[in-house]
Design a protein around this ligand. Structure first.
Ligand code: HSE
Length: 301
């Protein structure tokens, strides 16, 4: 039996105002390998968070693969799965999206590729609950995803900005569920207009590569201010990183990581983020990354 390996990019969702709509792939990855075997389930996990993930039938890769197998009516005899985690867990960098996308792509291959990428994106969104991380993890680039009234996903992929991304990663986990519980059930008309205007400008600025507009484009009134109580120091970090030279900065996905887009001064921006978090009693580290236009990559051995 052949061994298949997928390399799935980390992602940063929302990009400020684009709550549940926008996401961008970043060039660091989770790797998943799978091989069909004669019987049983063997799961091996290496890397970040390995000790806290279950290596049995509760494992998310396994559950995601099973989701696809039942849709495809395919029954593998046994499975050997290996996960090499480089994306930190529950930090707003799309680690669960990498697992869901990787699991679906691998299961689809084993089942004889019955489903298209568009169908995989719909499955991934159904599992994750929103498309903004899974779409760029699957497709790469900056992806605008819209869920239609019929619950289908329409998406457009944009070229990634020619900028670096500095990701500030606090040393604590924040579940997306918890970060969504603090959000209000309703927002004001003015706040809705505020975000719609920034999203429209952001898409246009990315297409025209008008990066000077990004500071305004990343402003948001739908989720970040409600989440600051969960991320001590968030507002100061955002201000400090701008002062240190970031073009635009936002909470990455549901947080607690912070993502900054930069043309220069990456190290200063990263160090500033870490120092300000430290002043608020939170250890953090930073990673200088780049947006990537490539989504999941499949290799066969
Ligand atoms: N759009 C989602 C949120 C992203 O902000 O809750 C979660 O990763």
């Amino acid at each position: 039996m052949k061994l298949y390996r997928v390399k799935v990019p980390a992602t940063t969702a929302n990009l400020g105002p684009g709550f549940d709509i926008l996401g961008m792939a970043l060039n660091f990855y989770n790797i998943i390998e799978v091989k069909e075997i004669d019987n049983g389930l063997h799961i091996e996990i290496e890397g970040l968070g390995a000790e806290e993930l279950s290596a049995d039938k509760n494992n998310l890769v396994y559950q995601t693969m099973n989701y696809l197998f039942s849709k495809a009516d395919y029954k593998p005899k046994g499975l050997k799965i290996k996960l090499i985690n480089q994306v930190p867990i529950s930090r707003g960098l799309g680690s669960s999206a990498t697992i869901i996308v990787g699991g679906l792509v691998l299961a689809n291959i084993l089942a004889g590729t019955p489903f298209s990428d568009d169908q995989l994106l719909n499955f991934a969104t159904e599992i994750e609950g929103h498309p903004d991380n899974v779409a760029p993890a699957l497709l790469g680039g900056v992806v605008i995803s819209v869920i239609t009234e019929d619950e289908e996903i329409i998406y457009k992929k944009l070229e990634v900005p020619e900028l670096k991304t500095v990701v500030g990663i606090p040393d604590f986990q924040l579940s997306t569920t918890e970060a969504r519980e603090v959000l209000p059930a309703q927002v004001t008309f003015n706040d809705a207009i505020f975000n719609c205007s920034r999203i429209a400008l952001l898409v246009s600025a990315l297409i025209s590569k008008d990066y000077e507009l990004l500071a305004t484009c990343f402003e948001d009134r739908l989720h970040q201010s409600y989440r600051q109580e969960l991320v001590p120091g968030m507002n100061e970090v955002i201000k400090g990183a701008k002062d240190a030279g970031a073009l635009a900065i936002a909470l990455s996905g549901a947080g607690p990581s912070i993502v900054a887009l930069t043309l220069e001064n990456e190290v200063e921006v990263g160090e500033t983020i870490v120092q300000i978090f430290a002043r608020h009693g939170t250890e953090a580290n930073y990673k200088i990354t780049e947006p990537t236009s490539s989504g999941v990559l499949v290799e066969k051995f």
